[in-house]
Ligand binder design. Sequence first.
Ligand code: LLP
Length: 426
Amino acid sequence: MDYFQYRRGKLYCENVAVDDIVRSAGTPAYIYSKATLGVHFQRFARAFAPLQPLICYSVKSCGNLAILRELRRCGSGFDVVSGGELFRALQIGADPATIVFAGVGKTDREINEALAAGIGWFNIESEEEFWNLDRLASLRGVVAQAALRVNPDVSSRGTHRKTLTGKKETKFGIDINRAADFYSQASRAAHARLHALHLHIGSPIQSPRPFVNAIGKALALIDRLARRGMVIDTIDIGGGFAAFYEGNEAPSAAEYAAAIVPLLVGRNLRVILEPGRSISCNAGILVSRVQYAKQGGKKKFIIVDAAMNDLIRPTLYESYHFIWPVNPGPARVPPRRLSSLRIPGDEKVDVVGPICESGDYLARDRWLPVLQRGALLAVFSTGAYGFAMSSQYNTRPRAVEVLVDGSVWRVIRRRETYRDLIAGEE
Ligand code: LLP
C-alpha cells in the first residue's frame, strides 16, 4: 500500500504530480510520501499493540533526518548499527533510551559514543564484544544494558543469501546452543547487564513462519535460563518484515502479528521490534529521465540518468522493482505493479544507467511502453535501501531527496554538487 497513484494518466505522490516536483528538483530524485510512512508505522503499532512494543525503526533502511523526525513523531525509537546512525538519531532528538545498537564490529569509539549518550540496549553479537562493553562501561563508571543476539539457525525461503542472517553459518549473533552458558558467564560482569535477547533472522522474511520458529527457540532458551535463576526481561525480535514490490505479495503487519503476538502475550517480556523496509520501502520512488535509447544485438536499451550508484539492489540482489513512466497517458496506466504486466504496444527493454559496468541496470527484459528521449520513469518500492545504499561511484553526485506531505513538497536533502564530491580531498 502506498500513496503513489496515477490520476488522469499522470503519477502523483499524495496530491502532488511527480513531474511538477522533478521539473524543479531535477533527476535522479528520490521522492518520499509522508503519509505512506505514517500508515506503515501505525499498522505495525496497531497490529502489535497487545504487546505494547517499543518499535525501533531501522535507520539503515532510509536514514534521512526528515524521515527520522517523522517517525519519532509517530512514537518510534531507533535501531542503529554504527556511530554515524547513532549520530543521526541523536541529531533529531531521539530519546536515547529508545535506541538499540546492533552490529558485529562495534568499535571502542562507537561503544563510547553510545555509552555517553546512554542508549537503551547494546545488541551484543559476540562474547568478546560483551567483555569489551563491560570494560568500557567500567572505565566510565556506568552500567550498560545489553541484549545477546542469538542466532537461532532458522531458514527462510525467498530471502536472498546475502541478506539471510539467522543461519549459524552467517557472522551474526552467537549460536543458540552456546547462549545459555554465555548468559551464565556474563552474569559475573559488573558494568554490563545481559538481561535481554535479540533476534534478527534476515530481510525480507516473506512469511511469519520463520519468526515463529525463531521466537519459539528463543522462548525455550529464556525458560531454560529462568530455571537456572537467570531472568531475561526483554526480547527484541528484530526486523525483516516484508514490503510490497509486486502487487500485494507481502504479508501485512496484521498477518505477522497474528502469528507472533500469541507467542509473546502474557510472558512478562518487554518486546522490541526493528522494522525498516516494511515502513520505508513503499514510501519512496526513484525518478529518472530517459537519456537515449539504442539497440545492442537483439536487445533494446533504455539509458536513463539513474544508475547502480543510485539504486544498487537490482544488480546486487537481482531484486525486482516495478518501473513505469511517470506520464504514461490515460491508456497506459498500469492496473497493478506486476512483473508480468504487458500492455499491447509495449516493447521489451533493459533499463540501464550510464555507469561503466555491464552490471549497471535497473531492470532487464522488461515490457515497457515505447519511451522517447526525455521521458520520466518511476522506479517503485525504493524507499528502503535505495538512497541509503547509494554511492558516488563514477564521481556521480548523489540524488536529491524530496518529501511530499499532502499538497506540498520540499527538498530534504539537496542534490550533491561536484564540490561536495571532492570535499575533504587534498
Ligand atoms: N535489525 C537488524 C539487526 C538488521 O540487521 C536489519 C537489517 C534490520 C533490523 C531491518 O531489517 P528490515 O526490517 O529493513 O528488513 N540491503 C538489503 C537489506 C539488508 C538488511 C540488513 N539488516 C536490501 O536492500 O534488501
